[in-house]
Design a protein around this ligand. Structure first.
Ligand SMILES: Cc1cc2nc3c(=O)[nH]c(=O)nc-3n(C[C@H](O)[C@H](O)[C@H](O)COP(=O)(O)OP(=O)(O)OC[C@H]3O[C@@H](n4cnc5c(N)ncnc54)[C@H](O)[C@@H]3O)c2cc1C
Length: 484
């Protein structure tokens, strides 16, 4: 390996959270190295459709947004994190506007706010109809690429974190071919996205396999709430490469309905996601069929969805769209405080790779992009204040940044899907992919059903676990912690 590259802040991942963290740190005066494994179109951020939740409407307030988020979180959301998100997300939307992101506006020039499941007000800021993620990542990556204090290393994958005297002091980044590069940094921020692509049926790009969680675990940081994987109710159900294509909840916000095989409605389409996904799953298990009826919706408002469906021969203004749930969003992640600090000093995590406890057992729609910006800013500013690393550096080689096998993905879908039980979960304890074993141990530890974690052998919610978060990692048995 060549001489290490020295920087103030190293950011791993160039989705919404990583790009914004890099820009905030650089604007604060830090030298930033931004390591990204893949092109933009392989980030979940690029595919985000609905938008960013922020209490911006005249009839809305952060307090109402807090209420909706806590309700959706099923008694497991961390109140302090929810408050931070709801109070700060309007400011982050304005920051993005200052950075040049153009959100959709109504005829009077006011932000056109969408409605999504679980929200009591219209509060979803969107861009390009359902192309919000694409617009934001395009604009932010152009700024990062030309910022004088940001050095972009792409395509390089962080394969291990460096630790020294109990601190994270850098990382190793590997190109596909060639010599690995050591990066020494005062603070390292993981922004590597979630792990929904560990499940066979997913809305996520294939790279979303929890690389940051594996890196953090390999370096000795704790992970939290891995049992809470959100299944999106309405992913296209169709053999072939478009299977799992997400049809945003915003479509239901505009009046699309869910129909069973007899053409009848069977669920409140705007109930929180866990409820809608379970209702659809119940129909499918009985051999039924579920369709999304978008015929009353102005499909021109969702051009990329209409275009993808058209490629599949579905005319959304005329035909019913076959849908089924798919693994979508990782509520758990690297355990952090409200500034993104992990349990390992010097190491931060933000965006979908982090678990602040904000989402509890069920994320409220469009709170995740808001989370990316709110907590990226906090973590970036905290990382800028970290001391310079000293002494020699011990590099811990992470053993599990590789991709999971198809049999691991099938096993997670089967045994840790929308409904699970102890007998199935125990099978996952033998899986060769280390993160799978941690997920299984978190699922087994939570002996109740709550939100996205439905145990058929423990169907009731245990009030003793309200507000409790499951910690796993560092070779220790799972334990619960109450986060205020
Ligand atoms: C189809 C779809 C639609 C969605 N719609 C919405 C929505 O409307 N509103 C909303 O709030 N949320 C939505 N979400 C969720 C939201 O998009 C994500 O939670 C969010 O974008 C995650 O951003 P991130 O920056 O944390 O991670 P990502 O955007 O996934 O970026 C991760 C980055 O890390 C890089 N990376 C990973 N591992 C490594 C490594 N080892 N080394 C270097 N780089 C690495 C990747 O290449 C990538 O650049 C949606 C998700 C999907 C999949």
């Amino acid at each position: 390996m060549d001489e290490p590259l020295r920087t103030d802040v190293a950011v791993v991942g160039a989705g919404a959270a990583g790009l914004y963290a890099a820009l905030v740190a650089a604007d604060d005066g830090a030298r930033v190295v931004l390591v990204s494994r893949s092109p933009l179109a392989q980030t979940a951020s690029y595919w985000a459709q609905g938008g960013i939740a922020a209490a911006l409407a005249l009839d809305d307030s952060p307090e109402l947004h807090v209420e909706d988020t806590l309700k959706a979180g099923r008694g497991a959301a961390r109140r302090s994190a929810v408050r931070v998100l709801c109070e700060e997300s309007p400011g982050r939307v304005h920051d993005l506007q200052r950075l040049g992101v153009r959100f959709d506006a109504d005829r009077a020039g006011n932000l056109a706010l969408g409605l999504e499941g679980g929200h009591s007000r219209r509060r979803i800021a969107h861009a390009g109809g359902a192309a919000t993620g694409r617009r934001i990542t395009r604009d932010l990556s152009a700024l990062a690429a030309t910022h004088e204090r940001i050095r972009v290393l792409e395509p390089l994958a962080a394969t291990s974190l460096a630790t020294h005297e109990g601190r994270c002091v850098g990382l190793t980044a590997r190109p596909r071919r060639g010599v690995p590069l050591a990066v020494l940094a005062h603070g390292v921020i993981l922004a590597t996205g979630g792990m929904a692509a560990l499940w066979e049926r997913t809305t996520n790009p294939r790279g979303a396999v929890g690389a940051g969680l594996s890196l953090a675990d390999g370096a000795g940081a704790m992970l939290a709430d891995l049992e809470f994987m959100q299944f999106h109710p309405t992913a296209l159900s169709r053999p072939g490469p478009k299977d799992g294509f997400l049809i945003t909840e915003a479509v239901r916000g505009e009046g699309a309905t869910l129909l069973d095989a007899r053409g009848e409605r069977f669920v409140d389409e705007l109930a929180p996601r866990d409820q809608v996904a379970l209702a659809i799953d119940a129909h499918l298990r009985e051999g039924g069929r579920v369709s999304l009826d978008m015929r009353s919706v102005d499909v021109e408002r969702f051009p990329n969805i209409a275009a993808t469906l058209a490629e599949e021969g579905i005319d959304a203004s005329r035909d019913l769209v076959p849908v089924a749930p798919a693994a979508h969003y990782t509520m758990g992640g690297v355990a952090t405080d409200l500034e993104g600090r992990s349990t390992l000093p010097g190491l931060y995590a933000i965006g979908e790779s982090a678990c602040t406890g904000l989402h509890g057992a069920n994320r409220l729609a469009s709170n995740s992009l808001a989370e990316c910006f709110v907590f990226a800013r906090r973590a970036a500013l905290a990382a800028c204040a970290e001391p310079e690393p000293s002494g020699s550096v011990a590099n811990r080689e992470a053993v599990h940044t590789r991709l999971p096998s198809e049999s691991t993905r099938a096993a997670l879908w089967r045994y840790a899907g929308l409904r699970r039980d102890a007998a199935g979960l125990r099978q996952l304890l033998e899986d060769p992919f280390p993160l799978t074993r941690l997920i299984a141990s978190a699922c087994l530890a939570r002996e109740e059903s709550r939100g996205a974690h439905q145990r058929t052998d423990r169907p009731d919610t245990d009030p003793a676990l309200d507000g409790m978060h499951t910690l796993v990692g560092a070779g220790a048995a799972p334990r619960f912690e109450r986060w205020e």
